[in-house]
Design a binder for this molecule. Structure first.
Ligand code: ACM
Length: 683
């Protein structure tokens, strides 16, 4: 397949040289199609080239609009003609089982496209546009193509910072170009409510506005909301007319917008605008709805009724993540509800709410999606699970016969660093370059009998640290291209080096269209220490951990020998190369096997304060010949202070000593939290 593809690329270049003035860029296909066979020559679109489309009128206009690049050249036709382009919806197309699939046959004389739905024709137009690479010549080839997954999504958080409808349309255009089909909008959260609800005007007059504008200043400040139009008010919302416009714009590109209305948590803004819906009825006090109060259901159902009228999406996302549930054990109404409904804990109380909301949503002929916490306390009967805290939620969902959308944080959270952190704007999560995203397989770990329940994949962009449109695009592109390709293409065709070449070209294309994509061609790359194993005196020795200072089971890296295995960590503590300590710091003794001359002992630590990872306040290094009597050779003190982002610090000694045993101790500062180190290098 790949050889055929490379053949096509060279053919494409030849073709472009022969017929087209735009000879510079070669725009290879992304996502890569299932089957592509290059043949000889090109079809050239000229003035008057006939375009025949057999599809319902609405789709006809969507497909015609998708081919706007050739608007001045193409002429609509009522029948297929030689020398023209024919695009047809057929009852059946050989080798295609997905309604989004298509076949293309390009010869010098004509282009024939077949699909079983308009979406398939639309994706064929995107393939033709990619093949033409901005010009008028399309290399001769045959393509049979369809997606691996029906759901290929991007989630955009528009609450933490707000982005207007024109910006959303621009992202929809890019999604369509790469054959993505779901835009999940995280419309409500503490930082601002973003959709007009006629019945509850305070949601947008008040709960959509705050000061200051930058989320982190607001969140770590007083977290107050302000009136719309007041001085310094930052925020915004989509009016119902805006939503209709966005939904229609997306639909014309065969993209469904899935609205997310958060419940029962992440709802500080609602509970400040309508405090009677919280357990204590006080503004600015609660994040979770009162699940005991009937008014909560009345509110949520009224909101969902308006939402369902606006969004034709079969799926409505109801959040469900990260409920603190702190007020529920003390709330008389919640306690009463638990008693009446025989609910044994607060997880079951959350599950009660989700079940009830599901029933309501189902009564409107729609289905719910929830974050994987909706599994806790019992999954609602028809719910689809969005697996974000790893893959376990998705696995559990499909095991019990539910659909799952895979969006595990370690692969799909686009708010994490895409390159060496010191070269990047501040990000939220750890190092997750394009290569890491591309390595994800949504069906990995899934029993083959359940694989059909994996509905698809989604990249999520949370924007706590992303205040501008430029930065949103920077974080999305090109990593969403990996999500697009995983969602569409055959996993057996995956080859990162080859994908990266195509992604660089796609990034050039995006930049040419005004998207602020990350400069993939000039990626800094992995931490240099992590690129090759290191040999040193301790790698042939042994190590013991003090009983009261074990490493954490959750971050054991290479286990018992992790700190002397010659393997150094990369830009993130989640890469299974950094060993984590949460209890009593680090206290290890390395036995070199015999007395050695020692000129240095050193270890790197990382600090990332948001997930509670800190530098040590004190490191002591001691040597011994007999394992009993130690001579301290170094004490390194450091004042640990909170900072932003990710940093590394080496705690080491150099000199000239002899010894067989090396004891290395690291103590936490006043913040306590985690210590992470990767290797104690003894030379
Ligand atoms: C999430 O990231 N809280 C779904």
């Amino acid at each position: 397949m790949k050889n055929l593809f490379f053949g096509l690329i060279s053919l494409l270049l030849l073709c472009a040289c022969a017929h087209d003035t735009n000879t510079e860029r070669s725009h290879s296909l992304l996502p890569i199609p299932q089957e592509i066979q290059a043949t000889k020559g090109c079809f050239t679109i000229r003035k008057g080239t006939k375009l025949y489309i057999k599809a319902p009128n609405e789709d006809k206009s969507a497909i015609t609009n998708a081919l706007a690049l050739w608007k001045e050249l193409l002429e609509p036709a009522d029948e297929k003609v030689t020398g023209g382009i024919a695009m047809e919806i057929c009852d059946k197309v050989e080798c295609i089982s997905s309604p989004e699939g298509y076949t293309i046959n390009v010869t010098k004389e004509r282009i024939d496209v077949k699909a079983t739905s308009a979406a398939g024709l639309f994706y064929a137009t995107q393939t033709l546009l990619q093949l033409a690479d901005g010009g008028n010549a399309i290399p001769a080839c045959t393509i049979t193509d369809e997606p691996q997954f029906a759901y290929r999504g991007l989630m955009l958080d528009v609450s933490r910072h707000f982005f207007g409808k024109e910006f959303i349309k621009k992202q929809i255009d890019a999604m369509a170009h790469f054959k993505m089909n779901r835009l999940h909008l995280h419309l409500t959260d503490a930082a601002g409510w973003r959709i007009e609800i006629k019945k509850y005007p305070r949601l947008t007059e008040f709960a959509a506005w705050r000061s200051p504008a930058i989320w982190k200043d607001w969140w770590f400040g007083d977290r107050k909301y302000v009136e719309e139009g007041s001085e310094g008010a930052y925020g915004g919302y989509y009016t119902q007319e805006d939503i209709k416009e966005l939904v229609a714009y997306a639909a014309e590109r065969y993209i469904t917008i899935i609205p997310e209305i958060e419940m029962p948590a992440h709802s500080e803004e609602v509970l400040t605008a309508y405090p009677e819906l919280s357990c204590t009825h006080e503004p600015y006090k609660q994040a979770d709805f009162c699940v005991g109060n009937e008014k909560t259901y009345e509110f949520l159902e009224n909101v969902l009724t308006e939402v369902i009228e606006l969004f034709p999406s079969k799926y409505i996302h109801i959040g469900g993540d990260e409920a603190g549930k702190a007020s529920w054990p003390h709330c008389p109404l919640c306690q009463k509800r638990m008693k009446e409904e025989n609910l044994k804990d607060v997880n079951e109380l959350q599950s009660y709410l989700i079940h009830r909301i599901e029933k309501f949503v189902n009564s409107k002929d729609r289905q719910i999606i929830g974050w994987d916490e909706i599994l806790d306390g019992g999954l609602a009967p028809n719910a689809t699970v969005m697996s974000w805290r790893g893959t376990e939620g998705g696995i559990a969902a499909v095991e019990s016969g539910h659909k799952a959308i895979m969006t595990p944080g370690g692969y799909c959270y686009l708010d994490s660093y895409q390159d060496a952190p010191h070269t990047q704007p501040m990000a939220f999560g750890p190092y997750m370059p394009l290569e890491k995203v591309y390595s994800y397989d949504p069906r990995a770990e899934i029993d083959s009998t359940k694989a059909h329940l994996i509905y698809g994949i989604q990249g999520n962009l949370w924007v706590e640290y992303i205040p501008t449109e430029e930065l949103v695009e920077y974080m999305i592109y090109p990593r969403i291209l990996a999500i697009a390709e995983i969602g569409w293409s055959n996993p057996s065709d995956r080859d990162y080096a080859e994908f990266k070449e195509r992604a660089i070209k796609a990034t050039d294309y995006l930049r040419g269209k005004g998207y602020n994509a990350f400069d993939l061609a000039n990626e800094f790359g992995q931490r240099k220490e992590a690129q090759n194993p290191v040999e040193h005196l301790a790698t042939s020795g042994s190590i013991t951990y003090a009983e009261n200072a074990p490493y954490s089971d959750g971050y054991k890296a290479g286990g018992e020998r992790a700190l002397i295995d010659g393997v150094c960590g990369g830009w993130t503590y989640t890469d299974k190369k950094w060993q984590g300590f949460i209890k009593n710091g680090i206290d290890v003794t390395i036995d070199l096997g015999e007395e050695r001359e020692i000129t240095s002992v050193a270890a790197d630590f990382m600090q990332m304060c948001i997930p509670d990872v800190w530098f040590p306040a004190k490191v002591t290094i001691s040597l011994s010949n007999d394992g009993e009597n130690y001579k301290e050779i170094a004490e390194i003190n450091h004042t640990v202070v909170r900072d932003e982002g990710l940093s590394f610090k080496n705690y080491g000694w150099s000199g000239n000593e002899k010894g067989r045993y090396v004891r290395y101790r690291a103590e936490c500062g006043p913040q306590r939290g985690w210590l992470f180190t990767d290797e104690i290098i003894v030379r």
